[in-house]
Design a binder for this molecule. Structure first.
Ligand SMILES: C[S@@+](CC[C@H](N)C(=O)[O-])C[C@H]1O[C@@H](n2cnc3c(N)ncnc32)[C@H](O)[C@@H]1O
Ligand SMILES: C/C=C/c1ccc(O)c(OC)c1
Length: 361
């Protein structure tokens, strides 16, 4: 609402300016994170065994002395944003009065600390210049005829792009695996979901991280990872109850008591999701069995989620926009299940931004 009071109008404009500055510089949060990873700072601090002073950090990094203050300023920025924390000793007034320590966020970027669930590959993929660069063409793409941003900017769909570039395919698979490791920590909250079933197919299961976690937790459960041939080629199973099958989920899906879809349906349009869900329903209903489909995905819930959580989910929605996928509200998920002919479904919290949905044919 426009204000009639000049003073208030100026205040509003200043607030508007402030918001714009915050947003236009938002990319620097990604860039500073990438800088910390490229210089291996999370591992350096972890291996140091205690908070590290600026001079120790600079000498480990072998940064020229003339650039010492740049390290200090980047660390100040990252600490301001919760990626590191600055411990003040307050004894003397020199540079070494302060020391940098890890926070939960930067622990997740240290391979030495969080070997199993290090999120570094996800950060490197998200900040890759080519993958990030396509967002410069959002405007042109939305006004043009080309169906996906990937095709508009990179000349092919995301899956074709990855198939043609082994180094990107490997980065993508590692990024997905790093996200999937979190399932390990959340499984105890939803172990009931996997009890009482003899076989499960993880459709689009990537290199098998989630399936491996489930196989280890439920040694009697027979688990198949089903993904594109180029993804599962040369993978061999570490446990007896896990196997890899290459194929195309649009042509067929192996039969099982349960189908798992983790971060699959958000990659696709409603129309395609309904097709996938119908095929899954056939697979788990064969042999007269009453199976189920287990979905691990995002549910947008602006009412109940914290603002920051919703923001992350809406960012992922824009990333999915680039491949014609989308993040869905509870109502939009329900629409998919109804249209695909499922009788009922149940939602469980999984971890942070992810829910587990059990859908029954
Ligand atoms: C976003 S990733 C999710 C991977 C894994 N479920 C996870 O959460 O870590 C989507 C997966 O779907 C696979 N995929 C894409 N098209 C497919 C198709 N037509 N048939 C089978 N898998 C497909 C991709 O190769 C990729 O591994
Ligand atoms: C940076 C995150 C990328 C990403 C996350 C989940 C997905 O399903 C995906 O599919 C193309 C990409």
């Amino acid at each position: 609402m426009a204000s009639t009071n000049n003073q208030l109008e100026a205040t509003e404009l200043f607030e508007g300016q402030s918001l714009l500055y915050m947003h236009m510089f938002g990319f620097l949060k990604s860039m500073a994170l990438k800088w910390a990873i490229q210089l291996n700072i999370p591992d350096i601090i972890y291996n140091h065994g205690k908070p590290i002073t600026l001079s120790d950090l600079v000498s480990t990094l072998q940064v020229p002395i003339s650039k010492q203050s740049l390290v200090e300023r980047l660390m100040r920025f990252l600490a301001h944003n919760g990626i590191f924390v600055i411990h003040e000793k307050g004894e003397n007034d020199d540079d070494d009065d302060q020391a940098y320590a890890l926070t939960p966020a930067s622990k997740l970027l240290s391979k030495s600390c969080c070997k199993d669930h290090c999120l570094t590959p996800m950060v490197l993929m998200s900040t890759d210049p080519i993958l990030m660069g396509k967002f410069h063409q959002l405007g042109d793409w939305i006004c043009g005829e080309i169906p996906t941003l990937y095709e508009a900017a990179l000349g092919s769909t995301v899956w074709e792009f990855l198939e043609g570039k082994p180094e990107y395919l490997s980065l993508f698979n590692q990024a997905m695996a790093s996200d999937s490791q979190m399932v390990n920590l959340a499984l105890k909250n939803c172990s009931k979901v996997f009890e009482g079933i003899d076989s499960i197919v993880d459709v689009g299961g990537g290199t098998g991280t989630t399936a491996r976690i489930i196989c280890e937790a439920f040694p009697k459960l027979k688990c198949v990872v089903y993904d594109l041939p180029q993804v599962v080629a040369n993978l061999s199973s570490a446990c007896d109850n896990l196997s890899y099958v290459g194929g195309d989920m649009f042509k067929s899906i192996p039969q099982a008591d349960a189908i798992m879809l983790k971060w699959i349906l958000h990659d696709w349009t409603d129309e395609i999701c309904i097709k996938i869900l119908k095929t899954c329903k056939e697979s788990v209903s064969s042999n007269g069995k009453k199976g189920k489909v287990i979905i691990m995905d995002i549910i947008i819930n602006e009412e109940d989620d914290e603002k920051d959580m919703t923001e992350t989910k809406l960012c992922l929605d824009l990333i999915m926009m680039g491949i014609n996928g989308k993040e869905r509200t509870g109502k939009e998920w329900k629409h998919l299940f109804v249209e695909a002919g499922f009788k009922d479904y149940k939602i469980f919290p999984l971890f942070e931004n992810r829910s587990l949905i059990e859908a029954y044919p």
